[in-house]
Design a protein around this ligand. Sequence first.
Ligand code: COA
Ligand code: MG
Length: 292
Amino acid sequence: MTSEPYRPRRSVLYVPASNEKALAKIASLACDAVIIDLEDAVAPGAKAAARERLADILAAPGRRCEMVVRINPLSSEWGADDLLAVARAGSDGILLPKIGTPRDVLEAGDLLDDNFASDSVKLWAMIETPKALLNVGAIAELGRDPASRLNCFVAGTNDLVKATGILATPDRRYLMPWLMQLVLAARAGGLDVIDGVANDFRDLGGFARECMEGAAMGFDGKSLIHPSQIEPANRAFAPAPEALAAARAIRDAFARPENAGKGVIAMDGRMVERLHLAAAEKLLAKAAAIRA
Ligand code: COA
Ligand code: MG
């Protein structure tokens, strides 16, 4: 469960572990998190070499953002070696692809517990198979137990399209029910949840719209494939200036002496309750964390 202070995850950029040019760029990028990919972005023949490079990649100077590594599935020939190599190299998180059940997350946690004393490495999970979607509530529930290490969900929309046979449309209409279910489950488990990628990285107008939509759906951030997507994602998933002004007004109203004992007040003809005050304070804290 995320009882730690708010940590922005507005922009989460995939960087293939086998792409030296892209890796060299990380220190200069303003994304909140990077996912070094050992899975689908790395060809089978390049996987072992990519794994060997991990320690250097993660130790590179100037790293500012949260560093997560996506390993290969534990059921594959590379998965277990990936997991142990990442934990040794010291990333902030390990992203598990193609999971289907709570057991798949627990298995990764057990492997970490058996080999490393520290419990600081968090687990992230891709929700990208039909089975994971059917089990998403039970998987999310692991977030309530810190021992599970589960901290964040990532929507794997390309794999979901492939596995289900739905038509991928620009408005994502057939994905929408599953994405909303994913956000709901993440909230029930106290997890962060990151929206899927937009493949068309030259269409920044369409990308900005998809980010606004993801933010409105309740996602904490967006998975990215290209540096040009960072700035629009950071903007869309940060609190909007109007929302911050409204939050300040609510905080100030409840701080007035005449409202001290009140559970509900009227502001400009609207009912405002203490639950709105709590939401306003959360939003202001989020904005402060992003500024920091
Ligand atoms: N991370 C860091 N840097 C990246 C990057 C990424 N994901 N994608 C591109 N760049 C860099 C390029 O290396 C290039 O650097 P340069 O200015 O030093 O030459 C610059 O950004 C511009 O790149 P561009 O030429 O526009 O794109 P490209 O043709 O080199 O790469 C992709 C396009 C899609 C192959 C590349 O963006 C990519 O591999 N993205 C991640 C894919 C991935 O991880 N998929 C798995 C998860 S869905
Ligand atoms: Mg995938």
